[in-house]
Design a protein around this ligand. Structure first.
Ligand code: CMP
Length: 500
């Protein structure tokens, strides 16, 4: 008896020391909270020992207290040892906590050993209990069959690693059965689906199912969109518009670069297959939607409406009287908008009308770059609706709303764009290109003088209003001092550009 007590006391001291070591070595917070369970077992052990002393020796209660205290003491030592092994020793070496399945299995084995040791300590032989009852053996074997199947499948997942925690997988043929793995334990794998629902899939089921892993070999996964465009639009024009529209679109990776394939011809349409990569798999629907928006706007700018149905009917309508009336109305609106552009006010009414008719309307969606600082393009834009942001060297210098214009510098001089202009929300812009402007200026070269005067006046006004703006500072530093000098320099540039 004293020998047993000696072992027990030794174990008790070991349990206390283990707890202290764990407390010191585990990281504060969640790590240290793990110590609570073995501490509770130790407290219950102490309570059992106290009860043992209070109850009459040899009574049923004393026997029960004895068994319970032994069980709790072993449980405390066992749990602490597992924590020390997995969270302190292995965890520190690998810098990652061991997988859940390893933790569960180790702990499960330790519980079995503790249970067997406790049964032995009260004189029961667990093996003989099982072998004496054939019925019990059969029942245990049957109930373990499925559990063992899950366990083996869980182990094979750990060894083969078809997926890891945090991977996005499709766990059977069902399209909606897609989710992020949050835990792989000895029995099942937990997945959070796109609907934010937790699904627990038994490992044995996963072992049999075809698994699609969207996170391997890299986090970038390809998205595919299909759209149809009338067959009379040249494919290279459609390809260029789509790729331009996808630049900087939400969630679309720059590398690997998006690509477009001319996929099929059907019913007067050409089907295009757009492929791009995203690393935001969890937001793939939003990414797809934002990309479709971008493509729609990009195609509209080249006068095309994407469709999934045959487009012939639409073609027929486009030449109808109603369509002509719509075009007429749009030209009138453009004319009205052009009248608000101060430097074009110098043009006679007929020239303004000519420009409005030759111009077009373009739609841009949130975040799209309309002109890029340093690029060579020569179009003037008037904001019909929405808002744009002017950025110089990445710094916002102005916001322009309905009635405001931009791009006059490059249009009139052919010089690189002095700033980047980006759409804020959806914008409708009137566009005048250099060719139309050339026609007007060639018919009345003296207009260049009036136009240059208005532009310089506008710039001077801008410089005062936005003395802090980087662009204004740049112009102020680089440009000549007097307005008259600036005007004559600008006039020279305009004349050179339009060969007047
Ligand atoms: P452009 O250089 O053709 O292209 C960029 C356009 O941004 C430029 O013409 C101007 O119309 C406009 N822009 C540049 N700087 C400013 C500013 N400080 N305030 C308002 N518009 C500007």
């Amino acid at each position: 008896m004293s020998g047993i007590l000696g072992v027990e006391q030794g174990l008790g001291i070991a349990a206390g020391v283990l707890l202290l070591v764990l407390w010191l070595l585990l990281p504060p917070g969640a790590g240290r909270r793990l110590v609570r369970q073995p501490l509770l077992f130790l407290v219950l052990y102490a309570a059992g020992v106290a009860a043992l002393h209070l109850l009459p020796a040899g009574s049923l209660g004393a026997q029960a207290a004895r068994v319970a205290s032994t069980l709790f003491l072993l449980a405390s030592v066992g749990r602490s040892s597992v924590l020390l092994l997995l969270d302190v020793i292995v965890g520190r070496r690998t810098r990652h906590p061991p997988p859940r399945i390893v933790r569960d299995l180790t702990q499960g084995l330790v519980w079995i050993v503790i249970l067997l040791a406790t049964l032995r300590s009260i004189g029961m032989e667990p093996g003989s209990i099982l072998t004496t009852s054939a019925l019990l053996t059969a029942a245990v074997a049957l109930s373990l069959q499925e559990t063992l199947g899950n366990l083996v499948a869980g182990l094979s997942i750990q060894v083969q690693r078809p997926f890891d925690v945090d991977d996005w997988i499709q766990f059977d043929g069902e399209k909606t059965h897609i989710g992020r793995v949050i835990e792989i334990n000895w029995r099942a794998t937990k997945v959070i689906t796109l609907d934010d629902v937790e699904v627990i899939v038994p490992n044995a089921t996963l072992a049999k199912a075809p698994i699609v892993n969207f996170t391997k070999p890299t986090r970038a996964s390809r998205r595919n969109l299909y759209l149809s465009v009338p067959a009379d639009v040249p494919p290279h024009v459609v390809h260029a518009a789509i790729l331009e529209g996808l630049v900087g679109a939400t969630g679309v990776l720059r590398e690997p670069a998006p690509s477009v394939v001319t996929n099929a011809f059907a019913d007067g349409n050409v089907e295009y297959w757009v492929r791009f990569f995203t690393d935001a798999f969890h937001r793939r629907d939003l990414v797809d939607g934002a990309s479709r928006d971008r493509i729609w706007y990009a195609l509209r700018r080249i006068g095309v409406t994407p469709a999934s149905a045959p487009n012939r009917a639409v073609h027929m309508q486009e030449v109808s009287a109603a369509a002509r009336a719509r075009d007429e109305q749009a030209a009138l609106e453009r004319e009205r908008a052009l009248r608000n552009v101060d430097f074009l006010a110098a043009l006679p009414e007929a020239s303004q009308r000519e420009l409005a008719r030759a111009g077009g309307t373009r739609l841009y969606v949130e975040g799209e770059t309309i002109v890029k600082q340093g690029e060579r393009s020569a179009e003037l834009f008037v904001v019909e609706s929405g808002e744009v942001v002017v950025q110089s060297d990445g710094v916002e210098v102005a916001r322009l709303g309905p009635g405001k214009f931009f791009g006059e510098m490059a249009l009139m001089t052919g010089e690189p764009r002095s700033a980047t202009v980006v759409a804020r929300g959806t914008c409708r812009l009137l566009v005048i290109d250099a060719a139309s402007m050339r026609v007007v200026l060639e018919s009345a070269p003296e207009l260049a003088e009036a136009v240059s005067r208005v532009i310089v006046e506008r710039q001077a006004g801008l410089g005062e209003a936005e003395a802090e703006g980087a662009e204004s500072r740049r112009r102020a530093a680089a440009g000549p001092a007097s307005t008259e000098e600036r005007r004559s320099q600008l006039l020279g540039r305009i004349r050179r550009f339009f060969s007047l």
